[in-house]
Design a protein around this ligand. Structure first.
Ligand code: G4P
Length: 531
């Protein structure tokens, strides 16, 4: 029987990611949540030009320069007995693979939507990634203090475009300059909006719809509209079904304004109640309960040079079961069950790090990595080895031949490309029989090239030459012992190898893939690397 401390600690954990189209307010909401947790003591609001502020979670230089979130960061804080792990995800679509890996490490996701814009392009893409993982999705419709779309229209857009049922937990009263607050459907009370510059202490006025003060509080017209809306909602909308929420089929929806810190606390409280503690995970030995006394975790992110002064490489682990204690012996399964102790285990608070003595299922910890871990690796108690499901890599869609400008920098070039590829930030290939003088780099989104180039320059001191290649599709050759030179391929198909010497083909069009399959009987091509 697991001891009760272990059960309590795991039960109070909530681990989730926040996703949104850029500018919908993900960073602002994250900061307000941290404010509630007392993790930051921010007096002012984050409002300001992107160029002269950077949120606590945006720490990489390129992120600051461009005002986008490239890497995902992890933050832990306590709130009313809960221990909360928030994982920030890159907002830009070019980094959706990083988002996918982050989503592998969480038990639910919060989707932030701009009330004026509704479902945007990137919301759709990130949502699709969530659906692949079947995780519960909670929706926060933000910026009600600005002119907003009709809330019914917003809900039907979410339902129609994203294909998920919704259940509104609260309802907005007016919007823009006429924004008066939200109506809580469970308690049947109005929480009236009093702008306060986004501070934590929100002045609250709560009243029921029948309260005589209501007309004065929200205005006669708003009161009448609200009564009508609620009648419609109560009659026509789905009621909350926690089981459907858990399966990712129904999304509880909250309205508010992150910048003004309005509706954030009710959202956080409702969310914490509805979302589940750490969930079991699938492994090759069956489902692993988080409450198991045996420790297990997997690697979902690797990040080199987080602290340039130390040239370190951090590996991020999601703990799936049991308890981690500092200096405990663990087994690295993909490293041939090698026994080791994890060096300087730490938890993150954006760029602040803290060495930890213990952590539990649901937590994310970072450990120093001398270069032995890969994304998807399992780490567990010695003698209790198992393997968690792997994390698939996305097929790159853009390719370039990369060389170093200065031949004296060969060593740094090899180190940089290899390390950045190990992080999963790029994929590298080579032409058969060629060395590491030049590599073919594949990425899912073009911005990844910019980040790669920037990091090579600033972290490895190497200027690179980037020659774009016209390929758009990549396929691994799955047949054993085939000599690709013998294949009948269109003239613009290229044969390359990955660094495990597997053969792959790069194609410029789908037509060329069909040609290769038609002209070479028995050829098996796959979109994913199964090795
Ligand atoms: P993101 O992480 O999803 O990209 O969004 P972020 O929080 O950075 O917010 C984007 C902009 O929207 C910011 O303006 C932020 O202050 C504003 N914002 C966030 N929540 C609210 C809200 O509830 N109401 C209003 N009115 N604005 C909100 P910014 O820093 O001025 O950026 P920019 O406009 O200069 O790009």
């Amino acid at each position: 029987m697991p001891d009760s401390k272990l059960i309590n600690e795991i039960n109070r954990r909530r681990t989730f990611a926040i996703i949104s189209h850029p500018d919908a307010g993900k960073t602002t909401l994250t900061e307000k949540l941290l404010l509630y947790g007392g993790a930051i003591a921010m007096a002012g609001s984050v409002k300001g030009k992107k160029s002269d502020r950077h949120a606590v979670s945006d720490w990489m230089e390129i992120e600051k320069q461009r005002g986008i979130s490239v890497t995902s960061s992890v933050m832990q804080f306590e709130y009313e007995g809960y221990c909360i792990n928030i994982l920030d995800t890159p907002g830009h679509q070019d980094f959706s693979e990083d988002t996918y890996r982050t989503l592998m490490a969480v038990d639910s996701a919060v989707m932030v939507i701009d009330a004026a814009k509704g479902v945007e392009n990137q919301t759709r893409k990130l949502f699709k990634v969530c659906v692949m993982r079947h995780i519960p999705i909670f929706t926060f419709i933000n910026k009600l203090d600005r002119d907003a779309k009709n809330p019914f229209e917003l809900l039907s857009q979410i339902e129609d475009e994203l294909g998920i049922a919704t259940c509104t937990m609260n309802w907005p009263i007016g919007n823009g300059v006429d924004f008066k607050g939200v109506y809580d459907r469970e308690t049947k009370t109005v929480l009236s909006y009093i702008p306060n510059g986004g501070q934590r202490e929100v002045e609250k006025v709560e009243a029921t719809l029948l309260d005589p003060s209501m007309d004065r509080l929200i205005g006669e017209a708003n009161h009448a509209q609200l009564a009508e809306d609620i009648e419609l909602l109560d009659g026509a909308s789905d009621s909350l079904d926690p089981e459907r929420v858990a399966r990712g089929e129904q999304s509880p929806v909250y309205f508010g304004s992150a910048l003004n810190n309005f509706g954030v606390e009710p959202f956080l409280e409702g969310f914490l109640k509805l979302t589940s503690p750490p969930l079991p995970r699938v492994s090759d030995k069956g489902e692993v309960s988080p409450f198991s006394e045996d420790f297990s975790a997997f690697v979902f992110k690797i990040q080199a040079n987080m602290n340039k002064a130390h040239r370190d490489r951090l590996t991020f682990l999601r703990i799936c079961s049991g308890k981690f204690t500092r200096d405990m012996e663990i087994s690295h399964v993909q490293g041939g069950n090698k026994r080791m102790r994890l060096s300087q285990p730490q938890q993150m608070m954006a760029s602040e790090r803290e060495i930890i003595n213990e952590a539990y299922a649901g937590d994310i910890i970072g450990v120093f990595d001398p270069g032995i871990f890969s994304i998807g690796d399992t780490i567990c108690s010695p003698g209790k080895e198992l393997r968690f499901e792997g994390i698939p890599t996305f097929a790159p869609e853009h390719f370039a031949r990369i060389r170093h400008k200065d031949t004296m920098k060969r060593k740094q070039f090899v180190k940089g490309t290899t390390q950045i590829a190990q992080e999963g930030a790029i994929q590298i290939f080579k032409e058969p029989a060629s060395g590491m003088e030049e590599v073919i780099v594949g990425v899912v989104g073009m911005l990844q090239f910019d980040v790669f180039e920037h990091r090579m320059r600033t972290e490895y001191n190497v200027e690179i030459i980037n020659e774009g290649l016209p390929y758009q599709y990549i396929r691994w050759i799955d047949n054993e012992g085939i000599d690709p030179k013998e294949l009948n391929l269109s003239s613009d198909t290229k044969i390359v190898q990955d660094f495990k010497d597997n053969y792959l083909l790069l194609f410029t069009s789908e037509w060329n893939i069909r040609w290769a399959l038609e002209k070479n009987e028995g050829l098996i091509l796959s979109e994913f690397n199964k090795n």
